[in-house]
Ligand binder design. Structure first.
Ligand SMILES: Nc1ncnc2c1ncn2[C@@H]1O[C@H](COP(=O)(O)OP(=O)(O)O)[C@@H](O)[C@H]1O
Ligand SMILES: [Mg+2]
Length: 249
């Protein structure tokens, strides 16, 4: 990444249809308890439906901290995050997590002794899904992610890494959230499997109109992004924003 490509706190939202915005960072800062310096300083950004965003930055830059704020696991110590009109500082964040956001974990975070379909149904029970036939819904969702019925009935520990990641994505989608976030979703996968997973993310954003936010080190992942943000020195820099992927990363 060339330094001169970075515009600090660039407002990349200006090229985006703002009616599709689902999430706004409004001067977001975050300082861990007892820490001298803030990890994040006055971040401004907009995230829209139908787009893929990647967040890049060195280890320790604050990427996971930002994801924990976006996912409502922690609250900002300055500024605000808005989901539609609602401030995450004020709304019921448990409800926000159960309805608006789906999280894809790097280590998949699945129950390894349960089957793929059981993992999805369990998650639907926790988020109080109104779906009548949860099992049929879960099989259909897994099918969409490329997991057939035979594989769906197998225990997680008998699935490959790529299959587990598909199940992880299906689980994040089980309550049909507008926003999907993923921390290094292809970090443990080979190139071919990474491509398959990236195709799923592209369909989810560009066809199913989800807002997809991915933290990654992988250039292949940033190559499918509509918008790439970098975190450096606690600040957010936008590199580019248009429909065909970033010019340069
Ligand atoms: N619970 C915590 N308490 C204090 N400092 C933390 C805590 N978690 C992370 N940090 C610090 O905040 C900075 C950003 O961490 P993190 O968001 O995990 O970075 P990244 O995901 O970009 O590697 C790092 O310097 C890290 O040491
Ligand atoms: Mg991290």
């Amino acid at each position: 990444m060339e330094k001169d490509q970075i515009t600090q706190n660039a407002d990349t939202s200006q090229n985006v249809d703002t009616s599709q915005n689902v999430l706004m960072l409004d001067n977001v800062s975050y300082r861990y308890d007892g820490a001298k310096k803030p990890v994040l300083k006055n971040l401004n950004a907009a995230f829209a439906r139908g787009k893929i965003y990647t967040i890049v930055g060195k280890s320790g830059a604050g990427k996971s901290t930002l994801l924990s704020l976006i996912s409502g696991l922690d609250v900002t110590t300055g500024g605000d995050i808005l989901c539609g009109e609602d401030s995450l500082n004020k709304i019921d964040r448990d409800k926000y997590r159960a309805q608006n956001i789906g999280v894809i974990f790097q280590g998949y975070n699945l129950l390894t002794n349960a089957s793929a379909v059981q993992n999805i149904v369990l998650s639907m029970n926790i988020s109080k899904s109104p779906e009548k036939d949860k099992k049929a819904y879960a099989y259909a969702l897994l099918e969409r992610m490329g997991i057939d019925r035979e594989t769906a009935d197998r225990k997680i520990l008998k699935l490959s890494g790529g299959e587990q990641q598909r199940v992880g994505i299906a689980r994040a989608l089980a309550h049909n959230p507008e926003i999907l976030i993923a921390d290094e979703p292809t970090g443990n996968l080979d190139k071919e499997t990474e491509n398959d997973i990236l195709e799923i993310f592209q369909n989810l954003a560009h066809t199913a109109n989800h807002c997809v936010i991915i933290v990654t080190h992988s250039r292949r992942v940033t190559s499918i992004a509509d918008v790439v943000y970098g975190i450096k020195d606690g600040m957010l820099a936008g590199y580019c924003s248009h429909g065909t992927g970033p010019e340069k990363v």
